[in-house]
Design a protein around this ligand. Structure first.
Ligand code: URA
Length: 244
């Protein structure tokens, strides 16, 4: 194994241990040569089929989070992340918000949408009479791309098994895609966000509304009125309309 892959694996092992500790595991049985194989879920995986198998076997979000923490499918992301950023909120939420990828703040804190964009998202939620605990937040990618560059196609593909399994486990009725990357990835389209927003889409029986990303709204406040129209459409469809 090269020095670089060894350090990626080391990092993944440390992150797995950290996520087990966060999940309340205080002790691990020691493994000697005569012992059985260690739990496959807790080992770093570098092959797509193995990861897919593990993701499919996860029957709870906690189990899936442990699998994600050990993922090293994207060399660059696995070797530059501080930690994976899984998802947060109500594990049985009716509504999921799908973003693009963790930024610097999310990479540091391990939670989606905790930076400036997240603060604006909290305000949007509040205007809809919602708190982040009422919904579920997740991203197309679970690792921060260096310098906040856009996710690459192969990275989004590697992470897709986790996105789909996470959505299966939460089983929302509605998804709100925040920005072009989220919308185009989920819906497998190259249509612009300007044309995707303002109407309902379907993803495997889940109703989908696409709107602008909070970071875009911070840079282009004049687009906030369109984002508000999208939220009103979403809330109307959910049966919890909000005022004009
Ligand atoms: N932007 C995103 O798309 N997701 C996050 O979690 C944070 C910022």
């Amino acid at each position: 194994m090269s020095e670089e892959s060894a350090s990626t694996v080391n990092r993944a092992v440390l992150q797995t241990l950290e996520s087990l500790r966060a999940a309340g595991v205080q002790q691990l049985a020691s493994i000697s040569a005569e012992d059985e194989e260690p739990n496959v879920e807790q080992l770093p995986a570098t092959s797509q089929p193995l990861q897919e198998e593990r993701a499919a076997l996860a029957t709870t979000l906690e189990q899936l989070q442990t699998v994600v923490a050990a993922c090293t499918l994207c060399d660059e992301l696995a070797s530059t992340r501080s930690q994976t950023v899984f998802g947060v909120g109500d594990p049985k939420a009716r509504l999921c918000f799908l973003g693009e990828a963790p930024g610097a703040d999310e990479d540091r804190l391990g939670e989606p949408f905790v930076g400036r964009g997240g603060q604006l998202l909290d305000k949007i939620l509040a205007a809809c009479n919602l708190k982040r605990e009422d919904v579920y937040l997740l991203n197309v990618l679970r690792c921060r791309p260096p310098n906040n560059r856009n996710p690459q196609e192969d990275e989004a593909q590697n992470c897709r098994q986790f996105l789909d399994r996470q959505l299966e486990l939460v089983a929302p009725e509605f998804i709100c895609c925040l920005g072009a990357v989220a919308a185009q990835n989920l819906l497998s389209t190259t249509v612009s966000i300007g044309r995707l927003r303002g109407k309902l889409h379907d993803y495997q029986g889940i109703q989908v509304v696409c709107t602008y990303h909070p970071a875009y709204l911070l840079r282009n406040p004049s687009a906030k009125k369109d984002a508000w129209a999208d939220m009103k459409l979403l809330m109307r469809e959910m049966g919890t309309p909000v005022g004009e």
